[in-house]
Design a protein around this ligand. Structure first.
Ligand code: PEP
Length: 264
């Protein structure tokens, strides 16, 4: 039976400046000393990936360096874009793809997101595919259908050998940055359905091994009850990851939640 090591990621979005980012990274590194039972990643703005890599590289920290997005293309005339291979060269090992702000603010569609997933996996990165419904879709009872469509289209063409480098983040759009959080029961229900789709796409064993994170206003006060759910394997944290004490408290809530088998 597979076991899933919990994962907590800090998505800094377009926040921090060079020095505040470095000092936040130092605080996270110091606070994670001795934490071996949770995989922790930080996702700084792309401009600061190399300086933050420098902070992580100066310690024996096991904190992973992440990127918030990558290009769907390997190289060429794509002004302003950054390829997965370039990120890998800078020490990035995990990339967020299809975050709701990229879907709904920047306007990315499932086809582009799928090409980014395949580009990231092709360069050896772990890809964290974000899925989730808007408020109107939730109110129309479409949560599971939206998640399923985003998974099926986002993961098209992903080979069995690449599945171990997939992470899914379920992030209901209405909960991101709003202070509103899905109830643990609603989040668990969505996660279990997502794991079912993954089982259908790949295999029951593969689905049981894939981490499915919850994201959407996770805070120290609600992390433990969310992470206690059988199919929630940690979180993708936005606002609370900008405060080291809050982020570390959320990481602490993920300790000891390693789960096996899953709900597939
Ligand atoms: C996110 O950015 O993925 C996120 C979940 O943000 P927040 O925690 O601020 O809702």
């Amino acid at each position: 039976m597979s076991t899933r090591t919990p994962f907590v990621g800090g998505n800094w979005k377009m926040n921090t400046r060079l020095e505040s980012g470095r000092s936040l990274a130092r605080e996270v590194v110091a606070g994670c000393d001795g934490v071996a039972d949770v995989e922790v990643a930080i996702f700084p703005p792309v401009a600061y990936i190399l300086p933050i890599a420098g902070v992580l590289g100066k310690t024996d920290s096991r904190i992973l360096l992440g990127a918030q997005d990558c290009s769907s293309e390997p190289d060429g005339a794509f002004t302003g874009e950054v390829s997965a291979g370039q990120l890998a060269d800078c020490g990035v090992s995990v990339v967020i793809i299809g975050h709701s702000e990229r879907r709904h603010v920047i306007g990315e569609d499932d086809d582009l997101i799928n090409r980014k997933v395949r580009a990231g996996l092709g360069e050896g990165l772990t890809c964290m595919l974000c899925v989730g419904e808007t408020l109107s879709q939730r109110e129309a009872g479409e949560t599971d259908a939206i998640n399923e469509a985003q998974l099926r289209r986002g993961l098209e063409g992903v080979g069995p050998g690449e599945v171990e480098r997939l992470i899914i983040a379920y992030e209901p759009v209405w909960a991101i940055g709003t202070g509103r959080t899905a109830t643990p029961e609603d989040a668990q229900d969505a996660h279990a359905k997502i794991r079912g789709v993954l089982a259908d796409l790949f295999s029951g064993d593969a689905a049981a091994a894939i981490r499915i994170l919850y994201g959407g206003s996770v805070k120290p006060s609600n992390a433990a009850e969310l992470f206690a759910q059988p199919d929630i394997d940690g979180g993708l944290i936005g606002g609370a990851s900008l405060n080291a004490q809050d982020f570390l408290a959320i990481i602490d809530a993920a300790r000891g939640i390693k789960k096996g088998g899953g709900g597939a």
